[in-house]
Design a protein around this ligand. Structure first.
Ligand code: HEM
Length: 456
């Protein structure tokens, strides 16, 4: 199906059907308990009920889109905006004027400001920092000494985002604070999203106090970074300079609040997503030694035994396919939401104005209708001749359309480089206390992955 085929303007409204109610709803809770109990399994079976289905979450109706072509149509259509409960709770904590939550003309202007820092041609300038950070990991790790994958993955993700995008020496120490704060804030945000218990989060329980402290420190850090950059009088060619120099539609400088919210809105998705993906990559290298060995061999053949660098990444095609396959089976962003701005349609289905819509890249990317041996970890499915078999929009871990992740090139470059650098030096094995079962939060990641580096 093409995107044109789902354009509501080409259809008579009378032709449209109401999406079927997904099976399994129970009185009062509807599908809510099933969704809360096992969200990944629940989302993954919805396509059996239809390409667009209605869900009852308590008294509320939510529309779930289950077919790849229709998720593409949804992401590309101007009839929907970013909104819904997930975004409302994020906005409350992180600010209302950041690019990840803004809509309409404000969002378009903000994307124009941040885009140059992420364009393909800008990435090589980040190469030396990515290299330094990737090799710093292998130097910190010791053979036989278990690595806490959660802490280490967060650390490297935050350091790369902060050092590349908000350049400056002062970032080196602050990156540590940022990563500790962000890990606590993300944990608390997910709890507040799935258990919206309002006033209970204001009580002085240790977990609430810890969350409040981390959130306050995150905002303080961002203010410190902005203030220091201004005081330095320097204007390096980076994202922070772009934000400090940005003008609104009247040609006036954007507000302090907007600058602040923008920095938060870029650092937060930038660290949690990359960190989760690194954790899964470590789990894959540990549990599939044959893939670890293939990556090591590729790195050696491309570098001739020299330290792997940014300039090698383009030629590390198998390593790159390992990262892509990890993003297919373990997409960091596993659920996305939109809200219909107007009465509209998806395929043959009527979508009323104001409807909340969800879809799951996790479910789409693991669907047996789109992938042979759909649950196998098979990086070779991304070889050019085989990749053509994948239906359109069945693999969009960075999404498409006007909300597409600006950081796809930036992310792929650092992930491939990190996998190459750590695999060149070590293979990995999970230690006894490690728990690699999936923890569902704002992103997906292993519960508590502990891996031991072993020298080749
Ligand atoms: C948006 C995925 C890394 C910054 C998104 C969206 C997805 C995504 C799916 C679209 C959300 C939607 O459609 O509602 C990922 C994945 C990553 C990654 C899988 C890594 C594995 C990063 C990094 C940064 C970043 C490293 C910044 C340093 C953003 C921003 C948005 C966004 C600012 C909001 C864009 C907008 O609404 O216009 N990301 N992301 N992401 N991502 Fe990423």
């Amino acid at each position: 199906m093409t995107v044109d085929a789902v354009n509501p303007e080409t259809r008579e409204v009378a032709d449209l059907k109401e999406p079927p109610l997904a099976g399994g709803a129970v009185p009062v809770f509807g599908h809510g308990l099933k969704l809360a109990r096992d969200p990944l399994a629940f989302m993954s079976q919805l396509r059996d009920h239809g390409e667009v289905v209605r869900l009852k979450l308590g008294p509320k109706t939510v529309y779930a889109v289950t077919a790849p072509a229709l998720t593409g149509a949804l992401a590309l259509s101007p009839d929907y905006k970013i909104d819904g409960p997930v975004w409302e709770s994020l906005e409350g904590l992180l600010g209302k004027q950041g690019v990840a939550t803004a809509n309409g003309p404000l969002h378009r202007r903000q994307r124009r400001t941040i885009q140059p820092a992420f364009r393909l041609a800008a990435i090589p300038a980040y190469g030396p920092i990515m290299e330094e950070e990737a090799h710093a990991l292998t130097e910190r790790w010791r053979p036989g000494v278990p690595v806490d994958a959660t802490a280490e993955s967060f650390r490297v993700a935050v350091r790369i985002a902060a050092r590349c995008l908000l350049r400056g020496q002062y970032m080196d120490e602050r990156a540590e604070r940022l990563s500790t704060d962000l890990a606590t804030v993300f944990r608390g945000m997910y709890r507040r999203m799935v258990l919206p218990l309002g006033p209970l989060y204001r009580l002085p329980f240790p977990s609430n106090l810890q969350f409040n402290r981390a959130l306050a420190d995150l905002h303080l850090l961002v203010d410190e970074i902005v203030t220091e950059r201004r005081a330095s009088g320097q204007k390096p060619d980076d994202l922070l300079t772009a934000l400090l120099e940005a003008k609104d539609d009247n040609g006036d400088p954007i507000s302090e609040q907007e600058i602040h919210d923008q920095v938060v809105a870029i650092l937060t998705p930038g660290s949690e997503t990359i960190a989760s993906t690194i954790m899964w990559l470590l789990q894959i290298l540990a549990d599939h030694p044959e893939h670890a060995e293939k990556v090591r061999a590729e790195v050696e053949s491309v570098t001739g035994g020299a330290l792997v660098g940014f300039e090698h990444v383009r030629r590390l095609s198998h390593t790159n396919n390992v990262v892509v396959e990890a993003l297919r089976l373990r997409p960091a962003v596993w659920i996305l939401t939109r809200r219909a701005l107007t009465d509209t349609a998806l395929g043959v289905y009527r979508i009323p104005a104001g409807a909340d819509i969800i879809y799951s890249p996790y479910a789409i990317q693991r669907d047996a209708r789109s992938y042979a041996r759909h649950l196998d970890f098979d990086p070779d499915r991304w070889l050019p001749e085989r990749a053509e078999e994948v239906p359109k929009y069945a693999m969009s871990p960075f999404s498409v359309g006007n909300r597409k992740c600006p950081s796809d090139h930036f992310s792929m470059a650092q992930l491939s480089l990190i996998v190459a650098a750590i695999s060149a030096k070590y293979r990995f094995r999970q230690v006894e206390d490690s728990d690699a079962t999936t923890r569902v939060g704002i992103t997906l990641r292993p519960h508590r992955l502990l891996v031991e580096p072993v020298e080749w």
